[in-house]
Design a protein around this ligand. Sequence first.
Ligand SMILES: Cc1ncc(COP(=O)(O)O)c(C=O)c1O
Length: 356
Amino acid sequence: MKLFTVGPVACYPEVLEEIGRQMYSHRSREYLDLHYETVDLLKRFLETESQIFLFSSTGTGFMEASIRNCVRRSLLCCINGSFGKRFADVAVANGRVVERLEPPLGEPVLPDMLEDALARHPEVEAVALTHNETSAGLINPLRELASAAKAHGKLVFVDAVSSMGGTEIKVDEWGIDVCFSSSQKCFGVPPGLAVGSVSEEALKLSEAAVDKGWYFDFKLWERYQKRGRGTPVTSVIPQIAGLNRILRLIEERGGKEWYFNLYRRRNLKIRRGVERLGLSIFPRKGYESPTVSCVNAPEGVEGALIYERMRGKGFELAMGYGDLKETTFRIGNMGHIEERDIDLMLEALGEVLAAL
Ligand SMILES: Cc1ncc(COP(=O)(O)O)c(C=O)c1O
């Protein structure tokens, strides 16, 4: 099966080679070398001096951590789909008060909307943003939104699960306090590892936080990191080795701009191909995700049917998600994808549509 999934995605062959190696202890010299090299690679990739933590969890663990460590009472959640909703759900489950900024589905969150929301809710301590809303295939203007939130003195949390590695994020320059992602998306690594940056301000808040739990206590992770001990719990060594390999590969092949261009090219090819077949892309023009294309199914056809028929032809796309489950299907362009497979996938999609 050729994967055009939205995560887990197909792993790069180099990553598969790496994760197949024999284990060693997470307290060994071998691991600690790998750990600190990977942290440095991520710092360069995200252009940050913040602490970088490698959590033995998926991305949602980092989402919960940002709330438990840094928010005492309330935050503003910007919601363009299922994963923005998840941020709000996690906050509510942890007893926090959530204000919501929720434009109609398919519309981005824009800085003036955020300004208005912050004027209405000046008491919130933080703004939670989904950079790339995977369920709607929509990317928000992160730099501008972070800047608006910072101008109001708010902490900025960014769910970059399906954008980190797929498009530019400059953590320090853009003023992001917590920016997290998962291994199984743009880096083309198996699931199980969450990576994220945590600013000095976020760490200070964590220091004073009560009831933040133990597993995701930022200060605990910082202590281990600073004392040269890596992680407080067993590290997910295969995923970290895989991520290390892909980050080194990106540096060797010309740096992150090279990688972003690769994703941009694939994404444009898919979108143009889909449009040539007479289909349209769900989100508002200009805000289409560079990593996931959310495609409107033709009138009267369920997205799931196209997904199933494509499986029958050897291509695993992704079904619509959440409120868009029936009316859309999605085509990811993350991870290991051969250029010619995009042509074959589009050809197969043309045949599926014609048969319908
Ligand atoms: C934007 C976004 N946020 C959060 C998540 C959840 O990530 P995880 O399953 O790694 O916890 C996903 C997963 O698809 C996602 O796309």
